[in-house]
Design a protein around this ligand. Structure first.
Ligand code: NAI
Length: 400
């Protein structure tokens, strides 16, 4: 169980790029990083595309005025001249800026925590991965839901064989907030999400399904996709070529099959984020709207609901428990858990502790790469007319 006691020698000096006053996701980063007061200390930021608003916001949340910078380049240059300069940054800006900010940060010898989807292409991720290795730095990716401990319970039960051989993987991340075209007109965050220059090659596949795809890999690390077929639509035509709805069928290497439905036009749906894994003996099902519960359905037996924080859960799951039974946990604790793991990873990297790094389960650059490959393959399949594509074909050509 976690209680805020330090896991690393001292908090890391941390800065944010983006995530300012009107940013949707910035506060989630701060909730995650600053939860324990022993992992990160927010000391600087280039919080906003508008420098004045960024400074006003930064000082308002307690950052010294002279460390609220007009842009990330100035921040990296000025902080490098300070003895107590920043060591790690988080990138909470629109997708199309991630690659250049991440590259500049690594070149400035900083660790990086970056929003998803990491970049637009797997070539970009491979280049940054090499740079991070050269520099001895971590690149983490904020799949924010993935810190929920019940996902680790699913992982442990599958590993122990509690559901038998996996046959069907049923994934869904949908909502209805973009069911009308009005949705694109008023919010800055929504406008860029349907502009391919800023969002990249996809809308909901990148915005939503990359989370669920990573979570499925966290739960079933041994399951690799062999081929997939994706059919995507822009029900609001002004969003074309970016999709607001997609269905993906997956075939896994071990013979299992899967589906992903991702959509922002699921009218009336407030939060439809679900993972169901069907095995030869039993099934497991988790919803992020009820994240402290896991349904365990053994064929021929009464359905069980496993509840967070109980001693019957796996040690791996309970190690990430924070509040204990009787008290509700949710997305904030999930973000705190992944940020704590980023801190442990960065500290281990700094100390050359490869053993700790190899055992730590967290969304690293390989998870970012997988998310980008997922989008690339889905888009390639859909744009050829919803045909089957080999998951590794293009990637292997890039590597050769
Ligand atoms: P947003 O448009 O609401 O906010 C972007 C923020 O970045 C704003 O504060 C803006 O002023 C700032 N900004 C933009 N360019 C900048 C630059 N060059 N330098 C400094 N600041 C800059 O976007 P939102 O929704 O917060 O998304 C940001 C990223 O987070 C996206 O990549 C998105 O996919 C991801 N995201 C992830 C979530 C998660 O659960 N992990 C949830 C929501 C978004």
């Amino acid at each position: 169980m976690l209680n805020g006691e330090k896991k690393i020698e001292r908090p890391l000096s941390w800065a944010m790029v983006g995530g300012g006053r009107h940013g949707q996701v910035g506060y989630k980063h701060r909730i995650g990083a600053l939860r324990d007061n022993t992992a990160f200390k927010l000391v600087a930021g280039a919080f906003d595309i508008d420098p004045e608003r960024g400074k006003d916001f930064g000082t308002n949340i307690g950052v010294e005025e002279n460390r609220c910078y007009p842009d990330y380049k100035t921040m990296f240059a000025k902080e490098a001249t300070r003895e107590d300069g920043i060591e790690v940054i988080s990138i909470a800006t629109p997708n199309g800026t991630h690659y250049e900010i991440c590259k500049a940060a690594l070149e400035a010898n900083l660790h990086v925590i970056c929003e998803k989807p990491l970049f637009f292409t797997s070539e970009e991720v491979l280049e940054i991965k090499e740079l991070a290795e050269q520099k001895g730095k971590i690149v983490g990716v904020t799949y924010g839901f993935s810190g929920n401990q019940m996902l680790l319970q699913m992982r442990a039960m599958i590993e122990k064989g509690d559901i038998g051989e996996i046959r069907v993987v049923d994934l869904q991340y949908t909502h209805g907030f973009n069911a009308t075209d009005d949705a694109d007109k008023f919010s800055e965050a929504q406008k860029w999400r349907v502009d391919p220059k800023i969002a990249g090659p996809s809308f909901v596949l990148g915005d939503l399904s990359t989370h669920t795809y990573y979570m499925s890999q966290l739960i079933m690390p041994h399951m690799k996709i062999k081929k997939l077929l994706c059919d995507r639509q822009s029900f609001i035509s002004s969003r074309a070529p970016l999709e607001d709805n997609a269905h993906v069928i997956m075939h896994y290497e071990n013979g299992a099959v899967g589906t992903m439905w991702t959509s922002s036009i699921n009218a009336g749906c407030m939060d439809g984020h679900r993972i169901r894994i069907v095995g030869s003996k039993a099934s497991l099902e988790w919803w992020d709207s009820n994240p402290g519960e896991l349904r365990y359905e053994v064929q021929g037996e009464p359905i069980q609901t496993l509840i967070r924080a109980m001693p019957y859960l796996d040690d791996m799951c309970n190690a990430d428990e924070r509040l204990g039974a009787l008290h509700v946990e949710g997305l904030s604790e999930s973000w705190a858990n992944i940020y704590l793991k980023f801190a442990i990873a960065i500290d281990a990297k700094n100390r050359g502790d490869e053993e700790t790094l190899s055992k730590l389960v967290y969304p690293d650059i390989n998870a970012g790469l997988e998310g980008v490959r997922w989008i690339e393959n889905c888009v390639r399949s859909a744009d050829k007319g919803a045909v089957w594509v080999d998951f590794d074909e293009v990637y292997e050509k890039i590597l050769s």
